[in-house]
Design a binder for this molecule. Structure first.
Ligand SMILES: Cc1cc2nc3c(=O)[nH]c(=O)nc-3n(C[C@H](O)[C@H](O)[C@H](O)COP(=O)(O)O)c2cc1C
Length: 172
């Protein structure tokens, strides 16, 4: 177990992967954050870290991205997240999918916190326009909500602000 952070992401068309790389860079690069693509990750990979970042876009109207979906069905329930601090980010499309914006982030946060993970990295919904999201709990996003489809000009600042927040909340 090390203080190093494991960032686990799924990405079908590359947007979430690009955000994962930005987050890695802002937190100090490869020495601090190890990237794991969910198309290749295994349950045992999660055991290596006490701090985790989970990245998942929402696909197919409120569903997890396909690599995360397979893992969620088959493996997630066998992982013990107790003692782990977990931050979440997602990418989504608030105009095209206004009733399901960032649902995946909320689905994963619910499952992982039920298995003992402590959630950090909540953010305000100010500056977004959507009707419904499973990614919102108690009036806040459970993590960082990125919209490369409609607000890509805001991504850089959102990532910078959030990673500064995480440095405190992870105790880096
Ligand atoms: C068929 C399809 C369904 C989608 N469904 C949703 C959705 O339900 N909610 C949402 O927020 N975004 C949705 N999106 C937008 C994607 O989440 C967004 O483009 C995301 O950045 C893709 O990430 P990726 O490139 O890492 O796979 C959908 C996009 C497509 C093409």
């Amino acid at each position: 177990m090390s203080k190093k952070i494991g960032l686990f992401y799924g990405s079908t068309t590359g947007k979430t992967e690009a955000v994962a790389q930005m987050i890695q860079e802002e937190l100090g690069g490869d020495d601090v954050v190890t990237l794991h693509d969910m198309s290749q990750a295994e349950a045992a990979d999660f055991d290596e870290y006490e701090c985790l970042i989970i990245g998942c876009p929402t696909w197919d109207i409120g569903e997890l991205q396909s690599d995360w979906d397979g893992f969620y069905q088959d493996e997630l329930e066998n992982i013990d997240f107790s003692g782990k601090t977990v931050a979440y980010f997602g990418t989504g499309d608030q105009i095209g999918y206004s009733d399901n914006f960032q649902d995946a982030m909320g689905i994963l946060e619910t499952a992982i916190s039920e298995k003992g993970g402590k959630t950090v990295g909540y953010t305000s919904t100010d500056g977004y326009d959507f009707d419904n999201s499973q990614g919102v709990k108690n009036g806040k996003f459970v993590g960082l909500a990125i919209d490369e489809d409609n607000q890509s000009d805001l991504t850089d600042k959102r990532v910078k602000d959030w990673t500064a927040q995480l440095k405190t909340e992870f105790g880096l």
